[in-house]
Design a protein around this ligand. Structure first.
Ligand code: RBF
Length: 342
């Protein structure tokens, strides 16, 4: 097994600037927030954390009113739904979390020039009504891919001789195709450049049976460790790795408890914290519209969850030692990488 640890470099996502400290909230100023969920809350941690952050903030600040709206899975209807929600002008700000949302907001905003929009998990700049925050998912993909590489080349009970990792996506979109999937493969190949990736697409964010079918086919083709960006459909992957015996490393949230011994690595995304900081900035009048802010490992918004029995008790000591060393190097800026343009 070969480990390559490269030298100092900070990677900035092209088109975004790094995060500045949050403002202190001003108490008592009225604020009406629409949380626009592009899908449904259940099974989508990035949306659940966004809603939780807004609700917590409203609980801690007087005069903040919140409406949470789930737009459902028909993406063709998202723009019209948003347009009718903001038509009365009752919301000071629309808050959402989806890479495809800025363009929808730009279209809606052209009709309602006073409406402001703040979107996380998206790269967008240059529109004076829109502020965007991009999680540097290349980074999370890189360290999860490194862990997947250690697993597929290692000797855990469900690992086979093939150097083959799997990725299941609900659908293709630029953040996935240009940052997440390449970052995952980059991470794995730092363990062994001969690792191959089997990448498959479900076609929607809810069909767990299709995800299970794809996962089973991938296991037949030699995949022993998976990752996914699939929302609620990822439940089919969880079911399959438990039934057939394979591993998963998951993005954004603590999923260890769903499949102890099978889900053996989880990244974290501080979406709730970012949401509360954004709302404090809104109250303080400190949001910069027209700009995009990048948050990643260095800024403390992406990390790996080490402190869980799902990690501690199921990975062999040699993998944990190598992965810890890699993460130490990563946090210290000693892992070199280039984030591709989106
Ligand atoms: N992630 C989810 O967890 N659930 C979803 O329903 C969901 N729908 C999405 C729809 C579109 C059009 C796009 C571009 C992304 C979607 N995502 C969804 C992905 C999510 O917002 C985010 O990019 C990834 O979770 C990586 O941070």
């Amino acid at each position: 097994m070969k480990i390559i640890v490269l030298l100092v470099c900070m990677a900035l996502v092209p088109g975004c600037t790094a995060k500045k400290p949050a403002a202190q909230p001003e108490q008592g100023k009225p604020l009406s927030v629409l949380v626009y969920i592009t899908g449904v809350l259940a099974g989508s941690p990035s949306y659940e954390m966004l809603a939780a952050g807004v609700q917590e903030f409203a609980g801690e600040n007087n005069n903040v009113t919140v409406k949470i709206y789930e737009a459902g899975f028909n993406q063709a209807e998202w723009e019209e739904q948003l347009r009718s929600l903001v038509a009365d002008g009752v919301y000071d700000v629309v808050l959402g979390s989806n890479p495809s949302l800025p363009e929808i907001c730009a279209n809606v905003g052209a009709t309602f020039p006073a409406q402001k929009f703040i979107i996380t998990d998206a790269q967008y700049s240059g529109n004076p009504q829109i502020s965007a925050y991009l999680y540097n998912q290349y980074e999370q993909a890189l360290f999860l891919g490194y862990l997947a590489g250690l697993i597929t080349t290692g000797t855990m009970p469900h690992a086979n001789d093939a150097k083959r990792i799997g990725f299941i996506a609900a659908q293709e979109f630029p953040l996935l195709s240009r940052h997440i999937v390449p970052g995952f493969l980059d991470g794995a190949r730092r363990v062994d450049p001969n690792i191959e990736m089997d990448f498959r697409v479900i076609g929607n964010w809810y069909d767990a049976n299709k995800a299970a079918e794809l996962a089973s086919g991938m296991i037949n083709a030699g995949v022993d460790v998976f990752s996914s960006i699939a929302g609620g459909a990822a439940q089919g992957l969880v079911r399959t790795i438990k039934e057939r015996g394979a591993y998963a490393v998951n993005f954004n949230t603590n999923d260890y408890g769903q499949a102890p011994g099978f889900i053996v690595g989880c990244g974290s995304m501080e979406q709730k914290k970012l949401t509360k900081e954004i709302l404090a900035d809104v109250l303080a009048g400190k949001i910069q519209y027209g700009t995009c802010t990048t948050v990643g490992v260095k800024e403390g918004y992406l990390n790996f969850i080490f402190d869980d029995s799902g990690y501690r008790d199921y990975l062999p000591a040699e993998i944990k030692t190598q992965f810890s060393a890699f993460m130490d190097d990563f946090r210290a800026g000693r892992v070199k990488y280039t984030v591709p343009p989106m």
